[in-house]
Design a protein around this ligand. Structure first.
Ligand code: TYC
Length: 146
C-alpha cells in the first residue's frame, strides 16, 4: 500500500457516493482507486497496482404509490348485489360489506380498497365487467391516494 491510501482513497469514495446509484437497484456499490504512482495505466488487470473496494449499498426500496378503488352509487343496482361484490372482490365480511354498501348508497361514493396501481385497476375493471355481465350499472373508478 502506498502512503497515498488515506489522502487519495477517501475523496474518490466520497465523490462516488455523491454521484450515487439512482437506479434504486440493490447491490454492492463498486469503488475503484488507481494508485497515484501508476500514471494513466490499466485499472483492471490484477497486479497492476489497482485497488478495488466493494461496499454493500443499502437497498433503496421505495414503497409503491397506492391507489384507491372507489365505488359509485346508482339507483338501479340491488343492494344485495353490491354487498356480494364487496365480499368477493374486496374480501369483506357480510357485515362489513353491508356497512360499506350503505355508505356508498348514502354518500354517492366511497373507497372500498387501496392497492398498488395495477391491482387497483384490475379490481376496478373486474367489478365493472361483473356488473355489466349481470346487467347492472354499478361502476367503480381508481384514484391516486393523496
Ligand atoms: N342505490 C342502490 C339501491 O338503492 C344501491 C347501491 C349501493 C348501488 C351502492 C350502488 O355502489 C352502490 N338499490
Amino acid at each position: 500500500m502506498s502512503q497515498y491510501e488515506a489522502t487519495v482513497l477517501v475523496p474518490i469514495a466520497r465523490r462516488m457516493e455523491a454521484i450515487g446509484d439512482h437506479t434504486g437497484a440493490p447491490g454492492p456499490t463498486r469503488f475503484e482507486r488507481r494508485d497515484p504512482d501508476e500514471g494513466g495505466g490499466d485499472t483492471t488487470t490484477p497486479g497492476s497496482g489497482t485497488t478495488v473496494l466493494t461496499e454493500t449499498a443499502k437497498p433503496k426500496l421505495k414503497r409503491p404509490p397506492m391507489f384507491k378503488v372507489i365505488l359509485l352509487n346508482d339507483d338501479y343496482t340491488p343492494q344485495e348485489f353490491v354487498v356480494h361484490v364487496l365480499e368477493i372482490f374486496f374480501g369483506m365480511s357480510h357485515e362489513k360489506a353491508r356497512q360499506v354498501m350503505l355508505t356508498v348508497h348514502m354518500s354517492g361514493s366511497a373507497p372500498v380498497g387501496i392497492y398498488p396501481r395495477d391491482i387497483a385497476e384490475t379490481k376496478s375493471e373486474q367489478v365493472n365487467e361483473y356488473a355489466q355481465q349481470n346487467k347492472y350499472p354499478l361502476l367503480s373508478t381508481v384514484e391516486m391516494t393523496d
